[in-house]
Design a protein around this ligand. Sequence first.
Ligand SMILES: [Fe+2]
Length: 465
Amino acid sequence: MTAHPGALELHVEASRIEGVIPPALRGGRVLSNGPGWLDIGGRLAHPFDGHGYVRSFEFQADGSLKLRARFVDTPVYRDELAAGRLVHRGLGTNVGSHFWQNLGVGAPRNVANTTIVPWAGRLLAGWEGGAPYALDPETLATRGEETFGGALAKQATLAHFKIDSAQQRLVSCSIAMGPQTKITFREFDAQGALATTKEVALPGQHFAHDFVITPRWYVLASNPLRMKFGELALTLLGASTLLNSIATKEGPGELYLIPRDRPGPLRTVTLPGPAFVVHYGNAFDEGQTVHVDASLFEHFEFGVEFGYRGPDAPLDPSLPDTRAPQRLYRISVGPNASEASWKQLARHAIDFPRVHPEHDGLDTPALFGTTRADTAHSDPFDSLIRVDLKDPERPSEVWTAKENVLVGEPLLAPEEFVLAVTSAGLEGRSNLCVFKAAELSKGPVASVPLPLLPYAFHGTWSARG
Ligand SMILES: [Fe+2]
């Protein structure tokens, strides 16, 4: 988990693959990104601050698999590779344990480690709070920061993007925090040219990591924040971190609906209970009604992610999450309503909710996520789940990995297949597992043996081989 694996070029022959790679996947690939290097000179970076490590799992015509992996070659990566130690502070990471070691070492590191999105002839490696980095789609070589002709320059852009497949638009969301929070949605066409911009201002401070779109709306949960000013002062003095300086505000949950295809003010909608949203599954319009499927926390705490216990303690991703679990809800907002209704969609606690990659913003029959078999926690993940959105009363399909095996985000491929990387840390190996989407609980139809790969945050299917 804390290794610095370096670039990889692997070929796994079809004879070494358990089961058979479905012909529909051959010629395509799945991409993922995550923090590939955390132990930097003997000091552990927070997982949010580990260097972006992009993986391309390419299904060959003969049923074999090629894996190519590269670090994103950011200035921060180059500096730390050369120095052999942490040089730049991060969202949750200081370069040294003494405050004076952290003074004057600049803004949080953009390590391009969170998402990977193909668009307009490049792969975008996204990060929380800066421009994405563009990579060559074949070699994964880093081309540099991608501002789309300056549109995203000096913008704190979310790592998550949305793709509107019908309109061939890439949608980004940038946030500027002050006494108000300014949120800007931008849409880029298939060539990467800026097509539309929509800006709104929200009173107070808000947290956003992800968002959803419909043809008519941009949708965000309120996620109000309070600044811990004492901790913020310590951060400025080099003795704490930004992640320790923010906390969530208690109160009823709220949703913002921002008109997408027309001018108009945002709508604020009150939810039936507290709700803090990190990841959304999908949203769609049904006439004038908006439905939003999202994983909701009742309470949320920053700083305890992925078993991080500080720079000098080993990372333990198998530690049970100390947070309350995330529950998947469908939130429905009627025409002109100021209050929403909601309904829990699954008994299990679910993160990484995903729908078919071409169905973002549209009504779709199924949602996939990672979960835990025990239904009491949403992570560390040991299972994949399929939720029937057309018949939520029908029990979800669940597949659980063997003991001590962690399961990554479900990545949806065309022709109704789902892929996920599993990690058996104790055995030192990973597997790329391929499932039939409709028969998830039957287990993988193919499993590709791989060396143990660092944990990934997010990925996507890409038709290009
Ligand atoms: Fe995310």
